[in-house]
Every structure is written in C-alpha cells, then in structure tokens.
Write a protein that binds this ligand. Sequence first.
Ligand SMILES: NC(=O)c1ccc[n+]([C@@H]2O[C@H](COP(=O)([O-])OP(=O)(O)OC[C@H]3O[C@@H](n4cnc5c(N)ncnc54)[C@H](OP(=O)(O)O)[C@@H]3O)[C@@H](O)[C@H]2O)c1
Length: 247
Amino acid sequence: MKHILLAGVSGAIGGALAQALLARDEESIVVGLCRDAAKVPEPLRSHSRLTLLAWDAEDDQSPKTVARALEKTIPASKGIDTFIYAAGLLHDGPMFPEKRLEELEAKNMARAFAVNATGFPLLVQALLPWFRHRDLKRVVAISAKVGSIEDNRLGGWYAYRSSKAALNMLIRTLSVELPRRCKPIACVSLHPGTTDSALSDPFSQSLAQLQVHSPAETAENLMSVIEGLSAEDNGRFLSWDGSALPW
Ligand SMILES: NC(=O)c1ccc[n+]([C@@H]2O[C@H](COP(=O)([O-])OP(=O)(O)OC[C@H]3O[C@@H](n4cnc5c(N)ncnc54)[C@H](OP(=O)(O)O)[C@@H]3O)[C@@H](O)[C@H]2O)c1
C-alpha cells in the first residue's frame, strides 16, 4: 500500500490507521481528509508523508474539491491503491442515539446518513480516475456491527444503525460495479471492534463488560485484515479479527 487516501484522519481510529500506514512502509504517501486539520494530533499532522485536505461529509460538493486538490499531491495517472473511509457520526451535542421511537428526528437521521453512508460513495465516485490502474485496489469502509440487520436484537440507535446498514448496502452495490470498471478491486465493509474514542466515550460504562481496544490496537487489527485482502474478498463484511459478519 503506497498511495493511500484516508477519510476521517482526525478521528481516533482514522488517526491511528494513518500512523500505522506511515510506519509500515517508508515509501507510503497518505492523504488524510478531515474538516479541521487542527484536530489531527502532532506529530502526525506534520508528518512529511502526510498531506491533509479539507473535506466535509455533509457538503456534497466537497468530494469534487478533494479530487482537484488530490491531483496536486497524487496525480490520477499515478493512482491510489487504498481508500479507507473512517469517518462516522453517532452523537454530536443534542444529537444522541435514540432509545425509543419518540426520540427519532429527521435532522439527525439526515446527518447520520450524510456522514455514515452517503459520504463514502460520493468520494469513490470522485476517485474513479485514481482507480484505473492494474494493481489491486483496496476500498474499505469502517462500518459497525450494529449496522447488521440480521444481528439487530436490541433495537434503538435508529439513525446510526440504519445509516450503517445503508453503508453496507452501498458497499455491496459498489462491489458489483467496481470490478467491471477497475479490476482488480476489493471493496469491503469492516467492523473495527469496540474502540476507545470520542464516539464510544459516552457509553464507556456499558462497554465495561466488553473487550475495548485502544485506537492503536484497533489500527493494528484492521491493518492485518486490510493487508490480507484480495479480489476474492470483494463484497464482504468482515470483523476486526478477519471473521465474516452477517449483513
Ligand atoms: N469507536 C468504536 O467503538 C466504534 C465501533 C464500531 C464502529 N466504529 C466506527 O469507526 C469509525 C471511526 O470512529 P472513531 O471511533 O474513530 O470515532 P471518532 O474519533 O469520533 O472519529 C470520527 C471521525 O468522523 C469524522 N466526522 C464526523 N462528522 C464528519 C463530517 N461531517 N465530515 C467529515 N468528517 C466527519 C470526525 O471528524 P471531526 O474530527 O471533524 O469531528 C472524525 O474524524 C466510525 O465510522 C465509527 O462509526 C467505531
């Protein structure tokens, strides 16, 4: 993995993945997308092989701006071999996972879908010119097990669950079209495992019984899965330990 685009580099998992990718290969170049570069911690922010570009998943024009700026760092003719989407939204101020139907709000549903689902294929669309090379392309979205329809026994979390289920469907749909247009490719959905981050922080008490990984541990787990991907894995929903999850 030499030319990598990572959306959500200011997040706990995205930042740890960027660090792991840069440490893995001295020739790797990482372009990180985020709303606010100041949120990317040092020394990652000033790493010589990391370029930060502005991107907001809630602005549908943002991918076009990203593509124009990306051309200056990694021209489309050089290609991208790995695209990781690590942005996600579970809570933000008054927006909080719904416990009951009365808490469901259209505005929160729309925001969750923009960040957790729509942002991913809009970036893939803008990146198509970077995927027209002959090497394996890894197109990875960090999803969540709670987005599994089959696994949903607890209910609640309407906006987050349904937007992650939509993300999973988008991955399956892309996994049908992309091999026809940019073979070989592995387009997959990955559950990172419960990870200590701003996103999981309000639930730390209820997570106490679960295995909670540090962002660095999660990045190592995900890197093992991502490095092991082949075109045979295209269209799969995988957990952090490489096991298959039900859609
Ligand atoms: N942590 C867990 O236990 C867990 C479990 C299952 C799945 N996941 C998934 O793993 C991924 C990473 O989560 P995390 O734990 O690392 O959470 P995090 O630290 O809160 O990171 C979330 C990232 O999403 C970005 N983001 C939010 N809204 C955005 C927007 N409108 N435009 C662009 N970027 C936006 C954030 O950017 P800002 O810095 O600008 O806010 C941040 O970079 C998410 O998809 C999450 O659903 C996490």
